[in-house]
Design a protein around this ligand. Structure first.
Ligand SMILES: Cc1cc2nc3c(=O)[nH]c(=O)nc-3n(C[C@H](O)[C@H](O)[C@H](O)COP(=O)(O)OP(=O)(O)OC[C@H]3O[C@@H](n4cnc5c(N)ncnc54)[C@H](O)[C@@H]3O)c2cc1C
Length: 257
């Protein structure tokens, strides 16, 4: 089975976001595999081990993403592909990323593609479904269970706390939700082996894509941080008076009642 994982390099969840010149400041920040993509890598390895085949991890980004791809290889993926767009794309969006990924995948014999449900930074949840649409294959998002029997697939998806069971078939794209599995940590032998596993680097040219073909469809007008939180208010005095004051504040100041 040919399994592909779409992997994004994202800010570490512990990082404090700051802005510089209207952009998110990446200076000195730690980067990780997008956490939902870790579930995707783990599931791909489990499916491969059960059904045979190969896991290829693909990322669109710059050469820095090599580190996260090597981590996925150390977890147990077989091959990695970095589509390095540093010199060709300045302002990309979800269309850009999905077009590049689907162009790479369109002439591959794909059985299963696993993406993350959402990237924890830009967080649009668009890339997976866009790739599936371009490849004209079915997709199921936010999955918490995946069972494959021949080409039949049974998927459980999370619908805001409830579960939905969907029967579909390969080739298929799914996006991984928390709860799908417990991603493994790379072992020491895994890390050693990963150094020798193939990591192919491609550019737009190699995919016969021009900069115009992937030009962003959206424009980010402004990026800003949420307003700083004001200090809390402690009400004092008689309980009845506190309740009256609270109601008045909720009505007149917070305007929520
Ligand atoms: C060269 C470049 C320039 C960019 N410039 C800008 C900019 O100027 N302004 C701006 O706001 N954003 C920019 N971006 C970010 C970009 O708009 C989005 O982050 C990206 O398209 C993915 O959307 P998302 O983060 O909402 O992912 P989601 O759709 O939320 O991600 C869901 C899943 O899709 C897959 N996925 C997402 N991104 C990638 C990837 N890069 N490689 C492989 N798999 C992926 C992963 O499986 C992920 O879990 C740029 C991106 C690139 C590559």
């Amino acid at each position: 089975m040919n399994i592909y994982v779409l992997l994004k390099r994202t800010f570490d969840t512990e990082e404090k976001i700051t802005l510089a010149n209207g952009k998110i400041n990446e200076e000195g920040a730690e980067f990780i595999i997008n956490p939902y993509d870790e579930y995707a890598v783990e599931e791909a390895i489990v499916v491969r081990d059960a059904h045979g085949g190969e896991v290829t991890v693909v990322s669109v980004g710059n050469e820095e993403a090599e580190k996260q791809l090597r981590t996925a290889l150390a977890m147990g993926a077989d091959k990695a592909v970095l589509i390095n767009v540093e010199d060709d794309v300045e302002d990309g969006d979800q269309f850009t990323t999905a077009t590049i990924l689907s162009t790479y995948l369109k002439d591959k014999e794909v059985d299963l593609i696993i993406a993350g449900n959402v990237a924890i930074d830009s967080g649009s949840g668009q890339v997976g479904p866009r790739v599936a649409e371009s490849l004209n294959i079915p997709y199921v998002t936010t999955i918490t269970k995946l069972d494959i029997n021949g080409t039949n697939v049974s998927v459980v998806r999370d619908v805001e706390g409830d579960s939905e069971v969907i029967e579909t078939s390969l080739p298929l794209l799914v996006t991984a939700q928390q709860g799908l599995n417990e991603p493994r940590y790379p072992s020491l032998p895994g890390i050693m082996k990963a150094k020798k596993k193939p990591l192919e680097e491609l550019e737009l040219d190699d995919l016969d894509l021009e900069e115009d073909d992937v030009e962003a469809k959206t424009k980010t007008i402004e990026i800003f941080l949420p307003a700083a939180k004001e200090g809390g208010k402690v009400l004092e005095g008689e309980l009845n008076a506190q309740v009256s004051e609270l109601v008045s504040l909720l009505h007149n100041e917070a305007k929520v009642i």
